[in-house]
Design a protein around this ligand. Structure first.
Ligand code: ACO
Length: 432
């Protein structure tokens, strides 16, 4: 039987080391023993942007990027999107198993009864400019919640953690809806506890003067599917931020605000907003070849394309293409879909994209759906953040229960000046 070890020979002194291999990894700390002498610090690994570094063990989400596979707690994303509600999936992510009917009933009840925001939050949101970006409002409000729940800093207490999980999953749609209504100058709408998670969100977004908001079932289901697809994606930039900030034992509101900030960037969740800007700029199908030429010349990136992990079609994008057609039955077809489909067709036949294994990612189609539902592009990343809260919290829970984890603190390879002294830069003058 082959040995599960890696032999490393240090050519500086000919010494050989045997490093254990576990689940396809060697421990970076095992490299530290490789030294040339007692004063040598030992070898470190250098991995900018974590291209080949596992930062944790995780049982939450599995991705096989080469085969285009995504599973939450073992269940294929396609099955979850077909048969579950978002809150069932959120439970699964956080608890490791799907809820029984009784557990689901309690879970839905608890989340539903944590959807209201303190009245002061309204005043707080009122302070933003009418054209404030909703992601800025979301991030700030999440951080502000930390001040309303000071007990949340007891992150090592499982009961306290659970209470904040309920609050965060319950309140994030309310914050998102308030930010949306604020940008339109509309009064805020309180949650309605008789509605499902997505129906209530639609109620808080779109209710006008009617006494009871009636949601369109197809759109409510499409939102559920979108939320399921966006709920977690293992160690992406924002999950890693949640873990990094969480590792300092900051409270979950502050950690979630940091994670949402990471999500806002155009290379991460902010890409959905950029895709719509790009499709508007392209304008017509005839302009696509010229646009692709400029992408290949390195002038800009094709937004919604490419992924650090997927080197195959993003399985979420496949499901979204279908969801888009269902939504358009209700809203009418978003003409941008035709440009997107043609752009995808041309790109997938082009040597540049084929060689680099660049495929559409989840952000390529989500914005087209959200726009058809009536959202401005500025809201798209907020729509991503709502369900991702469940994933961030599942990653945060796992981090805090992992005895191997400590405060997240990478090393560096120092490239600056060696020691030097002020007297060399500023020679003493007579006045001194
Ligand atoms: N358009 C054109 N070329 C691209 C694109 C793109 N969208 N993405 C990657 N490439 C090229 C790079 O220029 C590079 O080419 P080179 O080898 O000639 O230098 C090669 O493909 C490899 O790309 P990297 O940038 O090294 O890949 P990385 O893993 O660092 O980046 C990322 C992944 C950030 C997602 C990148 O593909 C990108 O910027 N895409 C556009 C933004 C986007 O859609 N982000 C959403 C990702 S999904 C999510 O976060 C929810």
């Amino acid at each position: 039987m082959s040995k599960e070890t890696l032999s490393v020979t240090d050519d500086r002194n000919g010494k050989t080391y045997s490093l254990p291999i576990e689940k396809g990894t060697v421990r970076a700390m095992d490299l530290r023993q490789i030294k040339t002498g007692p004063d040598d610090f030992g070898i470190m690994s250098y991995d900018p942007a974590f291209m080949n570094t596992a930062s944790c063990r995780s049982a939450v989400t599995f991705i096989d990027g080469d085969r285009g596979i995504l599973r939450y707690r073992g269940y294929p994303i396609e099955e979850l999107a077909e048969h579950c509600t978002f809150l069932e999936v959120a439970y699964l992510l956080l608890h490791g198993e799907l809820p029984s009917p009784a557990e689901l009933k309690d879970w839905v009840y608890e989340i539903t009864h944590h959807t209201m925001l303190h009245e002061n939050v309204k005043k707080f949101i009122d302070g933003f400019h009418y054209d404030a970006h909703p992601m800025g409002m979301l991030v700030s409000t999440l951080a502000a919640l930390s001040t309303f729940y000071p007990e949340s800093k007891n992150v090592l207490d499982a009961r306290v953690r659970r209470q904040q999980i309920l609050r965060l999953i319950g309140k994030v749609p309310t914050i998102a809806a308030y930010a949306y209504r604020h940008s339109l100058g509309l009064p805020y709408v309180y949650p309605d506890n008789e509605l499902s998670y997505t129906e209530n969100f639609m109620n808080m977004l779109w209710k006008k003067t009617e006494l009871k908001y009636l949601s369109n079932r197809t759109l409510a289901r499409a939102l559920d599917v979108l939320f399921i697809l966006h709920a977690d994606h293992e160690q992406n930039c924002s999950a890693n931020t949640m873990r990094c900030v969480g590792s300092s034992q900051a409270d979950p509101y502050l950690a979630a605000a940091a994670a949402a900030s990471a999500l806002a960037g155009p290379l991460h969740g902010g890409a959905n907003e950029e895709v719509l800007k790009m499709l508007a700029e392209i304008g017509t199908k005839e302009n696509i070849p010229g646009y692709i030429k400029q992408v290949k010349e390195g002038k800009f990136k094709l937004m919604g394309f490419g992924h650090r992990v997927y080197k195959n079609y993003d399985p979420r994008a496949k499901i979204l293409k279908r969801t888009a057609e269902e939504v358009f039955q209700v809203t009418g077809r978003n003409p941008k879909l035709d440009i997107a489909i043609e752009l995808e067709r041309i790109a997938l036949e082009d040597e540049y994209f084929v060689k680099r294994k660049l495929y559409p990612n989840v952000d390529f189609y989500s914005g087209i759906i959200y726009q058809a539902m009536g959202f401005r592009p500025e809201m798209f990343t907020v729509m991503f953040a709502i369900p991702r809260m469940a994933g961030w919290l599942a990653q945060w829970e796992e981090l805090l229960q992992d005895p191997e984890q400590k405060i997240s603190r990478p090393r560096q390879v120092f490239t600056g000046k060696d020691v030097r002294h002020l007297e060399q830069a500023r020679p003493a003058t007579a006045a001194d």
